[in-house]
Write a protein that binds this ligand. Structure first.
Ligand code: KG4
Ligand code: ZN
Length: 346
């Protein structure tokens, strides 16, 4: 490990994960995550007030755990990075306030960064520096976007995004229809292993010749699954849960990979990166690998643990900003719930 690379601590609290990560340059030293997912389960989705309170309780213990895991002290840290947005306002506020407090008390520079750019940058911890440009398919509970990324610290260009539900939201809603609990993604992924992906022909949203090439729509698919399941119930027939899960998952993976590869081809980009919680999906990963191979595109996917929200991704982006001599943010970093993806730093 080079010790001349910046030692950066990253704080993430945009949704239901309290994450504190520590990196040196592109080397991961600690990735401490405390999740409040269990507390939201009975509501079938993340409750903002519950998430904020959980961040407050988890912040200091998670911080201590990360420092211990990395074998460093606060005094060793060169800079602090924090998710400024987008995300849940009250949840973001806890991380932003903590970062400001630590930065002020310890006299360290602080970088307020974009959560989506951090989802892209995290791959540097696993596969080294990002090629420039690269195409990023970001799919999570809150977002589904195709991004052209010439420079993850300062130049992220949205090519398309979902016009209704995010891909992760569709997984969560379909899981609810099938009675699989929350969060739905991992449960559907597991069920689908025993199902036939071509058992039911679910629709592929926005794939017609006149549709926007890089935008997504998952709301129609979600409704189609719900109708299909209702129909079976009305007829008193059993629901083939594994087949429904596999067919739904196939439809999502098909549309996402088709559009991502088209975006690479049409924009002359040779590297595709998957990020966000849905990038943990096994079928999406396999299909992307297969289709990228056929198209001569190099695929980069972080391991599943780095795809879902964590502090290491925030630290990775902060370290890249330090490495590129970007000026730190001022201490008035906002908790910006609707921070645009084009704004990489607050
Ligand atoms: O990136 P993330 O941790 O949080 C947000 O920023 O939203 O993504 C969470 C989303 C949830 O909707 C969850 O169901 C989905 O990612 N997810 C998955 C899988 N693991 C998590 N979706 C499909 N397959 C998975 N294996
Ligand atoms: Zn996320």
């Amino acid at each position: 490990m080079r010790t001349d690379e910046p030692l950066v601590l990253g704080i993430e609290t945009s949704c239901d994960e309290t994450g504190v990560g520590i990196v040196r340059g592109t080397t991961l030293l600690a990735d401490a995550v405390a999740s409040s997912v269990g507390e939201h389960e009975r509501y079938g989705g993340v409750v903002p007030e519950v998430a904020s309170r959980a961040h407050l309780e988890a912040m200091v213990p998670t911080m201590h755990r990360a420092l211990k895991d990395a074998g460093v002290t606060m005094a060793d840290i060169d800079a602090i990075a924090v998710t400024s947005g987008p995300g849940l306002a009250g949840a973001l506020l806890v991380g932003v306030a903590a970062a400001k407090g630590y930065a002020m008390a310890l006299d360290k520079p602080v970088y307020g960064v974009n959560h989506l750019a951090a989802h892209v940058c995290v791959d540097q911890l696993e596969h080294g520096r990002l090629p420039e440009p690269c195409m990023a398919l970001l799919v999570s509970g809150g977002h589904s976007s195709l991004l052209m990324v010439p420079d993850v610290t300062s130049d992220v260009r949205p090519l398309g995004s979902t016009i209704d539900d995010a891909a992760g939201e569709a997984f969560d809603k379909v899981a609810r229809v099938l009675g699989l609990g929350f969060p739905g993604g991992p449960a559907i992924d597991r069920q689908a292993r025993d199902g036939q992906p071509d058992a039911i022909a679910f629709p592929r949203g926005l794939t017609g010749p006149r549709d926007a090439a890089y935008d997504f729509s998952f709301s129609g698919l979600k409704t189609a699954v719900a109708r299909w399941v209702e129909g079976r119930r009305r007829e008193g027939r059993p629901i083939p849960v594994a087949d429904v899960a596999a067919s739904f998952q196939e439809a999502v993976a098909d549309v996402l990979t088709r559009k991502a590869i088209r975006a690479c081809r049409e924009n002359g980009v040779e590297h595709l990166l998957l990020g966000g919680g849905v990038a943990a999906n096994s079928r999406l990963r396999a299909m992307a690998a297969e289709r990228c191979r056929d198209a001569g595109i190099t695929l980069r996917v972080p391991r599943p643990g780095l795809c879902t929200d964590n502090g290491a991704m925030v630290a990775a982006l902060g370290a890249e900003m330090v490495w590129r001599d970007r000026a730190p943010s001022t201490l008035d970093i906002p908790a910006d719930s609707s921070m645009p993806v084009t704004v990489t730093q607050a």
